[in-house]
Write a protein that binds this ligand. Sequence first.
Ligand code: ATP
Ligand code: MG
Length: 168
Amino acid sequence: MKRGFYIGRFQPYHNGHQSVLEHIADEVDEIIIGVGSAQLSHTIDNPFTAGERVLMITRSLVSLGCAFYVIPIEDIKRNALWVAHIQSMTPPFDLCYSSNPLVVQLFHEAGVQVQSPSMYERDTHSGTEIRRRMLNNKPWKNLVPPAVYQVIKEIDGVARLRQIAQDD
Ligand code: ATP
Ligand code: MG
C-alpha cells in the first residue's frame, strides 16, 4: 500500500491542483490531501473555510478512481516542527508531492521522499489570479472544476470576497 501526501491552501481549489492529483493517482494507491492554513477564512487571501475547501476537493475528485482523504491542517508557525505536526494528523504516507521550495526542504530534512510535479498553466491557474478575477468581475469559471464553481455559488463566495475587500 503506497500513500502519497499533497498539501495546499486551496483558496480556491483549481484545475492546476486537479491536474496534479490526477497524475498522483496513477502513481499511488491512496492520496492524503492536506488543507493547509485550515484555521483561516474570511480574509482577502483566504476567503474560504476549511470545510468549504474540503467540499470543493471531495466533490471534484468523485471520479478520481483512487482512494483519498482530505484533512484540514492548522498552521503551527514552527517550520522545524511542521512535518511532525502534519504526520500527527494524517494516515502514514510514503512520499510527499510538492513544488513549493520550503515544503520540499522541510520534508527532505524530515527524511520523507519528495517529488515535484510540474506546473499546469501556472499563469492563469493560481489561487491568487482566481481571487483577483473574482474581485474584478473577470471570468474564472473555466479555471476551476465544475464542482468548485457550484460550491462557491452555493456559499455566495464571490460576494463574500468583495464584501471583505471593501474599506470601512
Ligand atoms: P495561491 O496563489 O493562493 O498561493 P496556489 O494556486 O499557489 O494559490 P496553493 O493552495 O498555494 O495554490 O497550492 C497548493 C500546491 O499546488 C502548491 O504546491 C502549488 O505549487 C501547487 N500548484 C498551484 N498551482 C498549480 C498549477 N497551476 N499546477 C500545478 N501545481 C500547482
Ligand atoms: Mg501558493
